[in-house]
Design a protein around this ligand. Sequence first.
Ligand code: SIN
Length: 518
Amino acid sequence: MKQTDILIIGTGIAGSIAAITAADNGNRVTVLTKTDDIVSGSTSIAQGGIIYKAPDDTPEKLAADIMTAGAGHCWEPAVMQLATLGPKLVEDLLLSRFNVDFDKTDNHLDLTAEGAHSLRRIIHCKDITGRHIIKAIHKTLVEHPNITILTNHIAIDLLTLSHHSKNSVDIYKHPACFGAIVFDANSGATFPIFAHKTILATGGLGQIFLHTTNPREATGDGIALASRAGVRCFNLEYIQFHPTAFYNEHYQQTRFLISESMRGEGGKLIDKNGNEFMQRFHHLGSLAPRDVVARSIQTVLQETSAPCVFLDITAKGEDWLQNRFPEIFTNCLQMGVNISNEPIPVIPAAHYSCGGIGVNLNGRTSFQRLYAVGEISCTGVHGANRLASTSLLEALVWGYTAGNDVCISKEDDDYFPPIYDWVSETEDMDNILMVQDWSSIKNTMWNYVGLFRTNQRLQRAIKMLTELKIEIERFYKRTKLSREIIELRNGIETAIAVTNATIASPVSRGAHYIINNE
Ligand code: SIN
């Protein structure tokens, strides 16, 4: 029997910080990642940066910006925890302990701006901040004597008293999680990992949408695990669409991110005729909150019958751009666009889930012994629309508080009931079905649960997704397990959870926008 003190699912910044913190406190920690490299997921492709502090900054000023962007729907205690503890952890952990090589100007950390920030307070490593941060943290993660890392391992389901215990009376106890059933893609084996505490750090869900800035891994696994177990999730209707993903008519699926910090450095949004348009929609122009910019772009596209708008940063010149935004410069060049002498074609794409598994200030969920951290969680910080560059900071803060909180033991934390044996299926996967099912999920979500929602579209979406789920469950039940089939099952579960939350939320707020309400 595999047993650990703390099981952590995900190796992004949130999972890694939780793992190191819990391990520092003497726990035996097992960390899973479904990929073959621990550097994967959204952290590793984060571009813009992480909030630190401006010279004249205060927690109250940061909190005010977060709450304005969040459209009045943020949870103030969570916002204040982020605003007070966040900059301190950037200093203690990222700068002092992990020595992340943030960019400096004249020996001072270079501070950049992004949409809806009242001050320049974001630190960065050119436009590849996430990769620098995670690589620095991982040096400690892989060397820590109390941490075991299992790559190519994906959680199939959480082990819960109500669903998996052979002791039928466990159903009367407070809902609790005692680990997960895991598929090892290296060997094809399926087995339970029993854990005193489990922390979900599985990242985002952008892959349920046709167009996304998220990596291939972002299939909403954590929401699916939580939904099937009955763990409380909320705010799932607040899907943030990033205003500026690269647009190429021949490579519609290739919508890589064009960082908001490009607008922070002076880039302007223009329409196909070269006219700036954002001042018409918001006094902050191209640096308005993301939900406003994304919807404004969509409106301009309809007005001009164009497939994209443009981000013009040509004023900066080639040397400056290559130095400040090397990754974006190269990626665009590979797509045939030299950003120093022509504007970048851009369009919105699904970027971040502001909602998720509901947690308290220490990452505790509605289930005992179960935590969630990072994008998969909903701390209440982001409200209805996330302020730029808060995601890495939130993951850092909650990774840290959860990593400490798991050390508080309670009665029953070491209860591991007998469970039923896993039954393996043998039928080979039908790839055509898999591809078509994903296409149906992505198109349905993009067209009916996207930037502009209507009741009619949402009703159509839930009907189609519910029927598809029946088929996918049938397919899943008889097919030999693989990461792909597990992700598909998670994708449909998460799409339904997001759509149901959207239907249940009749009021437009932040990133959730209902056109009519008949
Ligand atoms: C960006 O660089 O535009 C993304 C930053 C974020 O999502 O906070």
